[in-house]
Write a protein that binds this ligand. Structure first.
Ligand code: IMP
Ligand code: MG
Length: 191
């Protein structure tokens, strides 16, 4: 285990098993359709790469980079599209792939934007759904895991842009946050 990790919440094996299950379910439900997997970078990178290989259907991929304004722990709901999709999504069966739904504000905003572009269908697949009360109700169509309201890292998810390459999902030791807060590059809520 990485020296900064206090606890592993979801193991590599559990991640693999869940991604395969989701892939099977999506393959079944999208039968006969060509889908567009839309990855919200950077957090959903690992999840989407694995999920795509677990889906046995013709599919396209596109990528979007968004950043949410806010403090270190709270997102404001104001989302900036840093890099937009390359292709129009009109008439396509779009599956938005997210890493984690926390406040739900980012997802809510993204869905609003994407709906105006008239996809044939628009669904959401998130790896993690945090269990918490939300201002905006957003219900992902596909969900990998529910976790308690704690800050998690690994498998694409970062803290101050680090730990994305851990093969599992875990919680950091408290002193890691303390060191970062004391340090010169104290974290924001980067994606
Ligand atoms: P929301 O708008 O509050 O739902 O936050 C969405 C984004 O914040 C996610 O897509 C992540 O990039 C980031 N985020 C939220 N919670 C966590 C976490 O526990 N670990 C790492 N990133 C997180
Ligand atoms: Mg992030």
């Amino acid at each position: 285990m990485h020296k900064d990790i206090e606890e592993v919440l979801i193991t590599e094996k559990q991640l693999q098993k869940k991604v395969e299950e989701l892939g099977r379910q999506i393959t079944h439900e999208y039968q006969g359709r060509t889908m567009l997997l839309l990855c919200v970078l950077k957090g959903a990178l690992m999840f989407m790469a694995d999920l795509a290989r677990a889906i046995d259907l013709p599919l396209e991929m596109d990528f979007m980079v968004v950043s949410s304004y806010g403090s270190a722990t709270e997102s404001s709901g104001v989302v900036r599209i840093v890099k937009d999709l390359e292709e129009p999504i009109e008439g396509k069966h779009v599956l938005l792939v997210e890493d984690i739904v926390d406040s739900g504000l980012t997802l809510h905003y993204l869905l609003d934007v994407l709906r105006t572009r008239k996809p044939a269908s628009l669904r959401v697949c998130t790896l993690i759904d945090k269990v918490k009360e939300r201002e905006k109700v957003v219900t992902p169509d596909y969900m990998g895991f529910q976790v308690a309201d704690r800050f998690v890292v690994g498998y694409g998810l970062d803290y101050a842009q680090r730990y994305r390459n851990l093969p599992y999902i875990g919680v950091l030791k408290p002193e890691v946050y303390q060191d970062a807060l004391d340090g010169p590059d104290a974290p924001g809520k980067e994606r």
